[in-house]
Write a protein that binds this ligand. Structure first.
Ligand code: ATP
Length: 713
């Protein structure tokens, strides 16, 4: 009986195929599991046929539907594994198949594919310009070294014609996978020894014979990173249902550089725009640290419970569910961690009061004291200055820096503020309550007293942490090599926390890295979303200087985002329903569609209308709604860290985005006003950059001032 395997090139496209085509693929694959090789060759429905003028004589096509063909690599050496490599419309399938050549990498021994025709055509053109180029990209690496790293004749010739990294990127889709990775790493500055250790030795089978074996079944077995072999119907179902998690295996060189560095002298920060694989880099760093030591414990934190649940799942996937390793990592939010520390040591643990409750309490304070300040001002002063700097008495407040606050306060007025702070804290105490930063400050004190509990702390979504949260993290791990590994994007700051990491004992100078390649969204979505931030600058992650999205790019292409103005909210929601229906018809399953808005009320309405149209919906609040089928509905805040194939951002109207009520009036505090506007702008940016393939932004009435003008044609 033949066996069946799939390559990642097949998976990349499978998700986006329309339903009948996916059904056709399933049907064809079932045949591969039921028929003998002779029967397969004779089967009229499958119509296994060779491809004329193919560079690889093993290329075959099979019939999927009237218009679609599967491309299969068939063994010609007596082995029995058939490899499904792509599914394309009829003519494209033949053109694609004719140009591809599969071969075994001489170093990794894995199966790779190249566009042999395009390489032959392009190389002479590049050679021509290379003759006059002042410098060539790989001039310092000898042919012998390149061959040892698996570069073969055809690729070597192309490699010798490349002048810079941009040209290598232009060749990327043509080159065999392992060879491309080797070249990208060399271009990034890794030494040949490092490349051999991290890529070749990682993939080469330990028992590889001196001379490469060419039979297809062995070579396929050597390619577990890119090829999945399925042996029974159930495995086939599982394989088709569960997408191939490429990030587990393939890292961009810039990701590998940060995640697998042997050691860092102290805290490290990794920044990058949305979707650049920061979370992936953080997960790989955890894997690396676990493997380096036998007993160390690691704290992996992120911002929300939902994201922590996602991280836990991804980590289990990356560690192949190895219980021993997983036991050594605590994955949680900073607040939950701080709370657990306080619970462990204190007999009595006050509960945190919510933002609204606190504001009401500040209202009481203002009334009782007849304070000249309003509750909004006091709440912000308390959060940013008092808790931010952990000020515990009037004297320290009188001399504290109030950077970031516009209104200057002399000592008389500071004394009045402090009276309000004291009353606020007393009222909280009487209610048996505290604030989240208050819990963090207490936890940090306890950790300092009892000693750090982790050897390493890895922080994802670091841009939104309050100084009090940084204090807990700082105290959770002893100062020293590999203590803190931080990933974050200052363009996605949506909670207005202002920190200067250096002042909190987190010095990342000389250990800052940036990721620039977006793996999530199309270039069209990125360009559109980046325009939202074009008018502003954002502070750097560590609070020193500013950050930018320069060099941020995607290698994926797709449709342009739609920006749609509607006459009324009814029209907007009705158009949304149509759009969602369209996405589902295009083969996107409901749980891969995200609908988000600034307000829950708008989501309620969208949910009602979608359900009325027979479309299931799932509300995302706190926890990720794993498993349940339905279009995901989430507020913009809850979209943080998530991603969907298609995203609709609803209600991007004036007054809603930015949300007037959440923006401090300029006359109360000019700097706070600007910070609030920036936060709201970033919130829209976060929402839009959750989209992988399709983005739709809509409003009713007047558009939000943030929507780029002119909007898309
Ligand atoms: N090396 C890789 N190969 C393939 N896919 C990758 C790779 N790195 C990341 N991805 C994919 O890109 C997407 C974004 O990755 P990730 O969530 O790590 O980015 P991020 O920078 O943390 O994003 P954000 O800041 O927007 O939350 C995910 O779908 C992830 O699986």
């Amino acid at each position: 009986m033949p066996r069946l395997a799939f390559t990642h090139t097949f998976w990349d496209g499978f998700d986006s195929l329309e339903k009948p085509i996916r059904a056709g693929v399933r049907k064809a694959m079932v045949k591969f599991q039921a028929l003998t090789v002779a029967e397969l060759n004779a089967d009229k429905g499958l119509h296994l046929e060779s491809v004329e003028k193919a560079r690889d004589p093993r290329m075959r096509t099979i019939r999927i539907t009237d218009f679609w063909r599967g491309v299969v690599l068939a063994p010609d050496d007596g082995s029995d594994v058939f490899l499904l490599v792509n599914v394309l419309p009829h003519d494209d399938a033949y053109t694609w198949a004719a140009k591809r050549l599969y071969s075994a990498n001489t170093a990794t021994r894995a199966l790779e594919v190249r566009n042999a025709v395009a390489l032959d055509q392009l190389t002479p053109l590049y050679e021509e310009t290379a003759r006059t180029a002042p410098k060539l990209l790989f001039s310092k690496v000898s042919d012998g070294t390149l061959r040892e790293l698996g570069i073969d004749d055809q690729v070597l010739r192309a490699v010798r014609s490349l002048a810079d990294r941009a040209q290598l990127e232009a060749f990327a889709t043509l080159l065999p996978e392992d060879q491309l990775e080797v070249l990208q790493h060399l271009a990034e500055g890794f030494s040949p020894e490092e490349v051999y250790r991290d890529i070749v030795a990682e993939r080469r089978p330990v028992d590889a014979p001196a001379e490469p074996v060419e039979d297809l079944a062995t070579v396929i077995a050597n390619t577990s990173a890119r090829i999945r072999l399925v042996t029974g119907p159930q495995e086939l179902e599982e394989a088709l249902a569960k997408p191939f998690a490429a990030w587990r295996v393939f890292l961009h060189p810039s990701q590998r550089r940060v995640a697998y560095r042997i050691s860092y002298g102290g805290p490290v920060q990794v920044t990058g725009g949305p979707g650049t694989g920061k979370t992936v880099a953080a997960l790989h760093r955890v894997k690396y640290l676990l493997g380096r030591e036998d007993d160390s414990r690691i704290l992996l934190t992120t911002f929300t419970n939902a994201l922590a649940a996602g991280l836990r799942e991804s980590l289990a996937l990356l560690l192949d569910d190895d219980e021993e390793l997983l036991k050594r990592v605590d994955v949680t939010t900073v607040d939950a961690f701080a709370n657990s520390v306080v619970r462990e040591h204190d007999a009595h643990t006050p509960a945190p009061a919510g933002d609204r409750e606190q504001l009401r309490l500040w209202g009481t304070v203002v009334k009782r004291l007849g304070s000249p300040f309003n509750e909004q001002f006091l709440a912000q002063e308390y959060r940013h200055i008092v808790l931010g700097q952990n000020l515990t008495d009037l004297d320290s407040y009188l001399t504290a820096s109030r950077r970031g606050r516009a209104k200057a306060l002399g000592s008389g007025r500071r004394t009045l503020v402090w009276q309000a702070v004291e009353l606020f804290e007393r009222l909280l105490r009487e209610r048996g309550e505290t604030t989240y930063p208050g819990i963090c400050i207490r936890a940090a004190d306890l950790l300092r007293e009892h000693g750090p509990s982790y050897r390493h702390v890895v922080v994802d979504e670091a841009q939104d942490l309050h100084p009090a949260q940084w204090r807990v993290l700082r105290a959770a791990v002893a100062t020293g090599p590999d203590d803190l590994f931080l990933t974050g994007d200052p363009h996605q700051r949506i909670y207005d926390s202002r920190v200067t990491l250096g002042s909190l004992g987190v010095q990342t100078v000389g250990r800052s890295f940036r990721l620039r390649v977006n793996y999530r969204s199309t270039e069209e979505i990125l360009t559109w979303s980046a325009r939202l931030l074009a008018p502003v600058t954002v502070d750097a992650l560590d609070g020193e200087g500013t950050d930018s999205l320069a060099g941020y790019r995607s290698l994926l292409h797709g449709r342009r985002p739609e920006a749609v103005g509607c006459a009324s909210q009814q029209d907007e929601v009705s158009a949304l329903v149509e759009w969602v229906q369209q996405q589902i018809e295009n083969g996107i399953s409901p749980d891969e569609i995200g609908v988000c808005s600034r307000f829950n009320l708008t989501l309620d309405k969208a949910g009602d209308w979608l359900m009325a149209a027979g479309i299931p919906v799932v509300r995302i609040k706190g926890q990720i709604a794993g498993g349940k089928n339905g279009v995901r509905l989430a507020t913009m805040h809850a979209m943080k860290g998530l991603e969907f194939r298609a995203v609709a951002v609803l209600g991007v109207s004036a007054g809603a985005v930015p949300f007037t009520r959440e923006v401090t009036p300029a006359e109360v505090d000019r700097l706070q006003h600007e910070a609030d506007l920036l936060r709201e702008r970033c919130l829209l940016f976060v929402a839009c950059t959750r989209a992988r393939e399709a983005l739709r932004v809509s409003w009713s009435g007047k558009a939000s001032e943030f929507v780029p003008v002119p909007t898309l044609e």
